[in-house]
Design a protein. Structure first.
Lengths: 267, 316
């Protein structure tokens, strides 16, 4: 049946990548820079870039995303303006990632940084891209906190912010965390906007500051796949294994946090 | 002896209470303002996208009439503005999206029927997360899979003179695999929402499980299924890396899925990746393509969600 084809596709994909990539996967591959010689190439440069992107994206996304969700669920009255914000977020979630790339190119690279294609511009673009994921997940988590908890706190004279800070947020934290992890894993795997923003093919350094040029793991994979020398496909596959290992770990963590949270007895 | 004056709060206590209340009110005001400004970021993003795409496209449409843009069948803005008919890119985009749509609808719907009507609860709890892994795999990885695994299979089947290294079929099929979990999740939600009583009525009349699934549950959940299909198509139209890697970079007005084509998204990343200088005609062209892409996906998402919300009202 269809499920079998889906699972078979997944298995074929994994096997294809493993067979092509495993021979190239070793510590030297992780710890050296890319080179014109495939057998000496490594992923240190893009690995560093990915780390920068994730860290900066988390820094921007978490306050804005969780803040938006708290505002919409706890502070906003259900007026037209706030319904518009909610509708808008739902629509943003469906905007293709290349469009975010164009926005980042014009707004961050050219306008904000005067043409510098740096890692902060990449992270800001990723922030806009993954923001809807964090907002929607956090809203769901906040909605799931029983109203009786809030009422109890209000009855003791707490202000709205005190209720949010000391009652709602701690309760909603597992749901919010798993949303953040999913959003960051999306930011790690996404390459189309970074292809537009970074446009670097060979990076032989780890970014050292927020205005460094950079590449990321998926972009490096893309570059190697498109290389004229077919030997580069092998190291592309090896890099895919690393990327998938990171993402599956993160997704697993998100699912684990969510299931732990769900299995807690409802009060 | 306790006198009444002992129970009355003294002036200092009152002052302290008032100060605390004032501080809390100020804190509350600041927090509300901060949270509101966070929420405004999303509005600014949308405004940014719309203003940017339109303002950059205005320059493009000063050189190319909208009529030529939509009817022209030759896309080569790097040669001259006269060759700016987007039909080649649109046809490439729709061809891949259609293949992906068919694959994801067949697989996704099949999986949804199985999971909601046939699978025992324990198996379902194992299978669903496995299928959802498919949605979490980065698109470059699917591109690699299409190019190095699926395309060689088709070249073996039809001969490598018939099947281009870059072709719409591999990209479409692999994209369908990627979107399948989205279709199956949305369709399954729709099927689970079909009331038990409808199924029971059919069983009482002697219907088999298959008849119940195809003749009762599916029609009742039709709007949810249609919505999932529309949303899947919108995802396929906006997808970039799979088509960039596996479908080629040849604008091509064709219905033959074995040929190399180029999609709107692939064109945008190809040009914006560096070679076209800011302000050049080609640079403006990617924003015009982006505007059309944005309009198409937005329209499909709005329609898709509208169908979903209409469907929800029917059974609740």
């Amino acid at each position: 049946m269809a499920v079998v084809i889906g699972v078979a596709g997944l298995v074929a994909l994994m096997l294809d990548v493993l067979i092509d990539g495993l021979p190239f996967l070793n510590w030297r591959f992780i710890s050296s820079y890319s080179s014109y010689d495939p057998s000496r190439s490594g992923i240190l440069g893009p690995l560093g870039g990915t780390l920068w992107i994730v860290a900066l994206t988390a820094l921007f996304t978490i306050p804005i995303g969780v803040g938006t969700a708290i505002y919409l669920e706890e502070f906003a009255s259900k007026n037209k303006m706030n319904r518009l914000i909610e509708l808008n977020i739902a629509n943003l979630a469906g905007v293709p990632s290349v469009i975010y790339g164009l926005l980042g190119l014009a707004m961050f690279v050219q306008f904000l940084f005067g043409g510098s294609r740096n890692v902060t511009a990449g992270a800001l673009t990723m922030t806009l891209l993954v923001l809807p994921i964090v907002v929607i997940a956090s809203q769901e988590a906040i909605k799931a906190v029983p109203a009786s908890y809030r009422d109890a706190a209000y009855a003791m004279g707490a202000t709205r912010w005190q209720v949010v800070k000391s009652v709602v947020l701690p309760q909603a934290m597992p749901g919010i965390m798993s949303g953040i992890i999913l959003a960051l894993s999306r930011a790690i795997g996404e390459s189309a906007p970074i292809l537009i923003i970074s446009s670097l093919v060979v990076v032989t350094f780890v970014p050292t500051s927020p205005d460094s040029a950079f590449t990321v793991l998926p972009l490096q994979i893309f570059t190697w796949i498109g290389h004229q020398n077919p030997e580069f496909r092998g190291i592309a596959a090896a890099a895919i294994i690393v990327l998938l290992a990171v993402l599956l770990t993160l997704n697993g963590a998100a699912i684990w946090i969510r299931s732990k949270y769900q299995s807690r007895p409802e009060q | 002896m306790l006198t009444t004056t002992d129970l009355e709060p003294n002036q200092e206590q009152l002052n302290r209470l008032a100060r605390r209340r004032r501080r809390q009110r100020n804190e509350q005001r600041i927090v509300t303002a901060l949270l509101f400004s966070a929420a405004v970021v999303s509005i600014l993003t949308t405004l940014g996208v719309v203003v940017l795409l339109i303002s950059q496209s205005v320059g493009f449409f000063a050189d190319v009439s909208i009529w030529n843009f939509f009817t022209g069948t030759n896309w080569a803005p790097h040669i001259s503005p006269e060759h700016s008919g987007i039909m080649e890119l649109v046809s490439g985009t729709l061809l891949v999206a259609l293949i992906a749509g068919i694959v994801s609808l067949t697989l996704g719907l099949g999986a949804a029927i199985y999971l909601s009507e046939y699978a025992p609860e324990r198996l379902r709890r194992v299978l669903k997360p496995i299928l959802e892994v498919l949605a979490g795999i980065p698109t470059v990885v699917y591109g690699y899979f299409a190019l190095t695994f699926v395309t060689p299979i088709f070249q073996g089947l039809f001969g490598s003179d018939q099947v281009s290294v870059f072709n719409a079929l591999s990209a479409g099929i692999v994209m369908g695999l990627m979107i399948m979990p989205m279709v199956s999740t949305l369709s399954e939600d729709a099927m689970v929402a079909v009331p038990r009583s409808l199924r029971d009525a059919a069983y009482v009349l002697g219907a088999t499980r298959f008849e119940v699934a195809t003749k009762v549950v599916m029609p009742a959940a039709l709007s949810g299924i249609v919505a999932s299909f529309i949303l899947a198509l919108s995802r396929a139209i906006g997808e970039t890396m799979i088509v960039k890697i596996a479908a080629g970079a040849t604008p091509n007005l064709t219905l033959n899925p074995l040929e190399s084509i180029q999609t709107m998204t692939a064109y945008i990343v190809q040009v914006s990746g560096g070679e076209a200088p800011q302000g050049s005609f080609e640079y403006k062209a990617i924003f015009a393509v982006g505007l059309l892409l944005f309009a198409m996906t937005l329209a499909m998402n709005v329609i898709g969600r509208w169908v979903v919300s209409r469907f929800r009202q029917q059974y609740e």
